[in-house]
Design a protein around this ligand. Structure first.
Ligand SMILES: [Zn+2]
Ligand SMILES: [Zn+2]
Length: 169
């Protein structure tokens, strides 16, 4: 959990909000990717304007995702700079991202859901294990990076294809 202590923030100009979001937390359920180990988050919170709380910092971790073509797990380092603004009234604001409702629980503000949202937006969902990955055979499912299969590949003679295009015009 990542929480800003609002009492401390009131006394000090800014406070550090550092923590880890464990990869097995409910937060990461059904997001389409998983983390290898914890996500490290380093933020600094400060008041801005009339009661707005601004958090700036970064998060990093190691992503584990399926290759879009062959479904192998691909691990990549991930790092993202974060800027999040918590406002008491989000209506009428231009939300071009990074804007969240300021809803403290007692004297604390939980920012883990905002961090989650920022990270989901930043993760590229289309990863490949290798730009040259040839994927799986559509008929037998064999990983073609590891070798050919016995399926006959239906090749269309380019001359016939041209003729067919003419006909359909
Ligand atoms: Zn692949
Ligand atoms: Zn095959």
């Amino acid at each position: 959990m990542l929480r800003v202590n609002l009492g401390q923030l009131g006394r000090e100009a800014s406070v550090a909000v550092d923590g880890r979001l464990p990869n097995d937390e409910e937060l990461w359920k059904d997001v389409g990717f998983s983390w290898v180990g914890d996500v490290e988050v380093r933020l600094r919170a400060s008041y801005a304007g009339t009661g707005e709380v601004v958090l700036r910092g970064e998060a990093d971790g190691t992503l584990s995702q399926e290759c879009r073509r062959c479904l192998m797990q691909v691990e990549t380092r991930f790092k993202k700079h974060l800027t999040m603004v918590f406002v008491t009234d989000t209506s009428g604001q231009d939300d071009d991202g990074g804007l969240y409702a300021f809803e403290p629980e007692g004297s604390e503000l939980d920012v883990s859901h905002a961090v989650r949202e920022e990270l989901i937006l930043a993760v590229n969902p289309y990863v490949v294990c290798d730009p040259e990955c040839v994927g799986l055979c559509p008929s037998c499912g064999v990983n073609l990076n590891e070798g050919a299969c016995d399926c006959s590949v239906e090749e269309v003679d380019p001359r016939w294809a041209a003729l067919r295009d003419l006909k359909s015009e």
